[in-house]
Write a protein that binds this ligand. Structure first.
Ligand SMILES: [Zn+2]
Length: 413
């Protein structure tokens, strides 16, 4: 019972300028041993200028609240939590544009409330549930001006661990590559709170498909002499786009491949697409796809200002240009390897400004394995034999790329 008492006292917000956090934050040392919270229901009532949110838990939740701008969002961080209902069940309205929740990392869950208008939390507390069973977390908020919201954001003393900045770009360019192995970073798109696309029947989720394929590809490559592969994520957790790039760069990967299976409005379009990076998108479909992919960090509640600053440097420019040419060659190898065995869309090599393809010295491609909006693609993507075949064909493409001799033996000259 003591948990409730302290929570009540500490998290009730009176003053807008004080960043709020819960009373049990200092007790997180023992949080890992605790069983996951179970969140069974979320109720949202909103008008154009206010909202009231209630969440049912099996036990009193430790929680923290933060504000993030551009667009205005309210971030609710929780310990490890099992959500028994999908966030799509919460119908947003009024001042609330969308509600999303899920796993961030081991031991951390998050709810991101994206707002139509800036909002200030007027009251937040965890109270005992009906009949003394479980707990109800209540969060009330009211509309404020954009200026007042900006003031709230800057008054916070909060560094989002998820928004960790990658290391210095130029330092990474000049650091040596270890050994003669050919190292491939395999990036399973989406994860955790960012589920990616979902098939029309709701059965197939992109973040699961990408991880299955990524695992198959890593196994395939690690079984080939001279190759080594690793995953940027090996479980259902959220990793920011810049963090994915940073992981590959810190490991000094020779190649980066990001796996996806998105959906389109046109359900008749099917087949694989290989994307490389470009300032200007090759076509409108690619432009809108990159735009959606690049929203990943935003929907996980990460502030736009946390993106790494662009470094203006001639060496970096030259490296980028060279890397881009290698990526195009690699894309050609994939298409060649797939042709006749894997369905491809029209003009299967396309380009757009994907953030995740931004490593300046690592040739990077984003492979759309197929579309979850197409029934035949869903069938193919969920077939383990098909996953193995594609992993093998990708292995052949990577092999061919390396053997062509144009492949970068190392980075940074
Ligand atoms: Zn995707």
């Amino acid at each position: 019972m003591s948990g409730f008492g302290r929570l009540l006292l500490a998290v009730t917000i009176g003053c807008a300028s004080v960043p709020f956090r819960d009373a049990r934050a200092s007790e997180t040392a023992t949080a890992e041993e605790k069983p996951a919270l179970v969140a069974s229901d979320v109720r949202l009532t909103a008008a154009r200028d206010q909202m009231a949110l209630e969440m049912d838990f099996d036990q009193p939740p430790a929680f923290t609240l933060h504000y993030v701008d551009e667009p205005p969002r309210l971030i609710l961080d929780l310990p490890k939590t099992v959500f028994t209902r999908p966030d799509t069940a919460v119908k947003s309205h009024g001042i609330v544009k969308s509600v999303r929740y899920g796993t961030m990392s081991e031991g951390q869950a998050r709810m991101v409330i994206t707002l139509a208008e800036p909002l200030r939390v007027t009251h937040s507390e965890a109270v005992p549930g009906a009949g003394g069973k479980g707990a109800v977390l209540r969060i009330d908020g009211e509309k404020i001006t954009p200026d007042a919201f900006r003031a709230l954001v800057s008054a916070q003393t909060w560094a989002d661990p998820q928004a960790e900045k990658p290391k210095d770009q130029l330092a990474l360019l000049s650091s040596p590559v270890a050994g003669d192995r050919f190292l491939v970073a395999v990036d399973a798109g989406h994860g955790g709170i960012d589920t990616g696309a979902t098939s029309p029947d709701g059965e197939t989720v992109e973040k699961d498909i990408t991880l299955q394929f990524a695992r198959a590809l890593v196994d395939e490559l690690n079984a080939r002499p001279g190759f080594e592969a690793f995953l940027t994520r090996d479980k259902d957790e959220f990793i920011s786009l810049s963090r994915r790039v940073a992981i590959a760069r810190e490991r000094r990967a020779n190649l980066f491949i990001s796996l996806h299976a998105d959906k389109l409005r046109q359900s008749d379009i099917r087949g694989a697409t290989v994307y490389t990076i470009s300032d200007r998108a090759s076509d409108t479909l690619s432009a809108s796809l990159a735009e959606r992919e690049n929203l990943s960090d935003e929907l996980a509640g990460i502030a736009a200002s946390d993106e790494p600053e662009e470094v203006a440097d001639i060496l970096l420019d030259l490296t980028r240009r060279e890397t881009q040419a290698f990526a195009v060659t690699f894309a050609d190898h994939i298409i060649e390897s797939f042709r006749g065995q894997v369905e491809l869309i029209n003009n299967p090599h396309r380009s757009a400004g994907f953030i995740v393809l931004g490593a300046p010295e690592i040739p990077s491609v984003l492979l759309e394995l197929g579309f979850l909006s197409n029934r035949k693609d869903v069938e193919a993507l969920t077939d383990p034999e098909r996953q193995k075949l594609i992993a093998r064909l990708l292995g052949d493409a990577i092999d061919g790329y390396r053997n062509q001799g144009t492949a970068k033996a190392g980075q940074g000259g």
